[in-house]
Design a protein around this ligand. Structure first.
Ligand SMILES: Nc1ncnc2c1ncn2[C@@H]1O[C@H](COP(=O)(O)OP(=O)(O)OP(=O)(O)O)[C@@H](O)[C@H]1O
Length: 366
């Protein structure tokens, strides 16, 4: 059943967004069908802004169109319709030569690192500079500080086979930064790494974002990556952006069912199956109503449960609860049960709203 939303708390007034460094304008991408298949429209009328200096994550399930989207931004694919603009340049309108030049300002890192096995870490990082015709003295001045930045100064002469997954991705990041890009594209860059290494690589991305004022567009299927590193998030589903906004807002006030499902995957918001299967949309005789209270920001630590029970003189059963942090800001959810009486429910809703909580009626269980 679809939960009824009881007046979610108003979003705080947002400052005007800084200018977008990446702009997708009504972008559509249709692939000609492979042998024996029809054409596939991977992206439908996508409009998306990545503000300068931001880390924006695009999350979607397999086949949603993430890879297509990121490949359009570095010009590996051309849109069927619409424009892809990076720092004022319409990537989709460039010829091959101009595109090659423009790609120097767009770094990219990959899930499987894409390092050349016969080149050392140093030589992998040097490669884009060699291609750009930079002198070997200037290359040395560039590569060693970059290896230092990613924590691999002592591994310059190692080959990829001698490096761990995390170290390989560090080389990938240094290589992507070699040409001083304005934008870093990350294609599932931590998907092949264990959780601890993932955390370290995401911390490195945050570091280069802050130190180099680098705009980062990353695609992922993992909400934990979105939570750990992004400022903004776009949810893609069936080739369409179904929701986009500041990461904290999407976690605390997800609107679209796909976003809710992604958020649930990490916050444990989903009710246990045995309870969800018994939920009814209408009250039954003697039933309890299940209500999800969501608390965000600085008020998350207030003792609202005891305030509510004292104020309303009601019993609240705790069904499920969770507190989490995004960018250092707490948010949490608590699912409570209480007798399904309309006046009772209204009083609980009003009192919860007074405390700054969002209230969502999930349904009724007998
Ligand atoms: N070169 C291609 N030719 C035809 N269809 C393609 C091509 N590339 C992608 N598609 C189709 O476009 C759709 C979106 O694919 P895309 O790879 O962008 O999704 P994704 O979200 O990155 O998926 P995954 O996470 O599995 O990589 C899918 O239906 C896919 O089969």
């Amino acid at each position: 059943m679809t939960p009824t939303s009881f007046s979610p708390a108003a979003a705080p007034a947002a400052a005007p967004p800084p200018p977008a460094l990446i702009q997708l304008r009504e972008v559509e991408k249709t692939y000609a069908g492979r042998t024996g298949t029809g054409a596939v429209t991977a992206l439908h009328t996508i409009t998306l802004d990545v503000p300068k200096g931001a880390i924006l994550g695009v999350i979607g399930r397999s086949g949603a169109g993430k890879s297509t989207l990121i490949r359009l931004v570095n010009g590996l694919e051309r849109p069927t319709r619409g424009q892809v603009i990076v720092d004022g340049t319409d990537i989709s309108a460039l010829d091959e030569r101009a595109l090659r030049h423009e790609r120097r300002s767009i770094g990219m890192i990959f899930q499987h690192f894409n390092l050349l096995a016969r080149r050392t870490a140093y030589d992998n990082v040097a490669l884009p500079l060699e291609i750009a015709g930079v002198s070997s003295a200037a290359i040395k001045n560039k590569v060693m500080p970059l290896l230092d930045l990613v924590g691999l100064a002592d591994k310059a002469r190692r080959y990829p086979a001698e490096l761990s997954g995390g170290q390989k991705q560090r080389v990938g990041i240094a290589r992507a930064l070699a040409t001083d890009p304005k934008v870093l594209l990350s294609d599932e860059a931590t998907s092949a790494l264990d959780p601890e290494t993932t955390e370290q690589i995401l911390a490195l991305l945050r570091q280069v974002n802050a130190e180099l004022d680098l705009t980062i567009l990353l695609i992922t299927h993992e909400m934990s990556v979105i939570k750990a590193v992004t400022d903004r998030v776009a949810v893609i589903d069936g080739g369409r952006i179904v929701e986009e906004g500041p990461t904290f807002d999407l976690f605390t006030r997800p609107q679209h069912p796909t976003t809710r499902s992604f958020v649930s995957s990490i916050t444990g918001n989903e009710l246990p199956a045995h309870l969800a299967s018994r939920l009814s949309a209408q009250p039954l005789a003697g039933s309890q109503v299940l209500v999800r209270l969501t608390f965000t920001g600085g008020d998350a630590s207030q003792p609202f449960l005891s305030v509510l029970t004292r104020k309303l003189n009601i019993d609240l059963g705790i069904i499920q609860g969770n507190v989490d942090y995004i960018g250092g800001h707490p948010f949490g959810t608590l699912v409570v049960s209480t007798p399904a009486d309309q006046a009772h429910l209204q009083a609980l809703t009003d009192a919860s709203r007074e405390l700054g909580l969002q209230v969502e009626v999930l349904g009724y269980v007998a």
